[in-house]
Design a protein around this ligand. Structure first.
Ligand code: ACO
Length: 319
């Protein structure tokens, strides 16, 4: 049976760092409030000239290099993003061109902060089906562009960045199992409820969130998804070496690890330095811990997404 495995990881953070203190000079907030409520200390923000595909390109180059593959050897590109360069063509097609490749399949996937886990599960299914041999799976965002910088309740929470993995066909997993879920009746608790019509923005182009509701649902579904994917993979939660939940908020991460009975040392945290980078957060965190030598070959890693839609999911992976 064909399976897929992660052959390389890569990430990119734009160089501009904005600390909580810098935000506090621009709006009525404080480092203490932000850290206490979210664990966030700083975020990276893309420069004006940088688009999602630019961030994705840097992360992809690093992932391909780590996997020892050229872009031409990848026959599938899936980009998870809610902040695409254009309405169309897809960011994946723009990325493919920037990588200098052509001919393989390329498409975007929209599941907000669950986007990377959705994309990973999708690419894994393509490889398992035998239709594709190697895939570049990217989460990339410039969320700073859809934030209302006058709304202190939301703008302090997010940052920009990109992460990528290369998946290749393998005889042994790799990806043991994935679970994906959505509940569209909760669309209103986290959204950018706008669209372009006749040259005008209809609705709002800015992120809106009911923070308390999001918190409650996130903790519940992250717990459920972890248990479900653990059962599907036949791997007990105690055997999981690293838990990488979507990096939304330190309180959500710690509550999830606690509910699952996983010690704090096995919880991967990057939200303090990256803030919430939506679809980029999980591959950014994975790459950071792989490159630091903390996540090692053979380790079992649980990746979890949760976000707008409402969407959620998890994958259990042996590195
Ligand atoms: N600085 C200072 N004060 C603030 C700020 C800020 N940046 N933002 C809001 N406040 C104020 C509010 O105005 C309010 O003041 P009031 O009591 O005078 O009305 C007070 O702080 C408390 O506001 P709450 O919204 O009740 O604060 P809460 O303790 O619930 O924390 C937070 C808000 C951090 C958003 C929390 O609800 C949360 O973590 N929710 C999860 C949401 C999340 O992580 N979203 C990320 C995107 S979703 C995802 O990725 C899954």
């Amino acid at each position: 049976m064909i399976r897929s495995r992660i052959a390389g990881t890569g990430a990119y953070l734009p160089p501009t760092i904005v600390t909580n203190d810098e935000l506090a000079r621009r709006m009525d907030t404080s480092d203490a409030w932000i850290q206490e409520r979210t664990g966030i200390r700083q975020r990276h923000l893309a420069d004006k000239g940088q688009s999602t595909s630019d961030l994705a390109l840097e992360a992809s180059r690093r992932a391909l290099e780590a996997a020892g593959l050229s872009a031409a050897q990848v026959d599938l590109i899936v980009v998870a993003t809610s902040t695409p360069d254009y309405i169309f063509p897809s960011t994946a097609c723009l990325l493919q061109a920037k990588l200098g490749a052509k001919g393989g399949a390329a498409f975007d996937l929209q599941a907000v902060c669950s986007g990377f886990v959705y994309a990973l599960a999708t690419a894994d299914s393509f490889i398992r089906a035998g239709t594709h041999r190697s895939a570049l799976v990217v989460g990339a965002e410039v969320f700073s562009r859809i934030l209302d910088w006058n709304d202190r309740a939301t703008c302090v929470l997010f940052g920009d960045g990109a992460g990528a993995v290369v998946l290749t066909a393998a005889q042994v997993p790799g990806i043991h199992a994935s679970v994906l879920h959505a509940d569209g009746s909760l669309a209103g608790i986290l959204s950018v409820p706008g669209n372009v019509c006749g040259g005008t923005i209809i609705g709002s182009p800015f992120l809106q969130m009911q923070g308390g509701q999001v918190f409650k649902v996130a903790v519940k579904v992250l717990d459920e998804a972890a248990r479900e994917v653990s059962a599907a993979a036949g791997i007990a939660l105690e055997q999981v070496d690293w838990l990488i939940p979507h990096q939304a908020n330190l309180r959500i991460l710690e509550a999830t690890a606690k509910r699952l009975g996983l010690p704090r040392e096995r919880l991967v945290v990057t939200v303090d330095r990256h803030a919430n980078t939506s679809a980029a957060s999980v591959p950014l965190a994975l790459d950071e811990f792989v490159r630091a030598g903390r996540i090692k070959p053979g380790h079992k890693v649980m990746l979890q997404g949760v976000g707008g839609g409402f969407t959620w999911g998890a994958s259990l992976v042996t590195m």
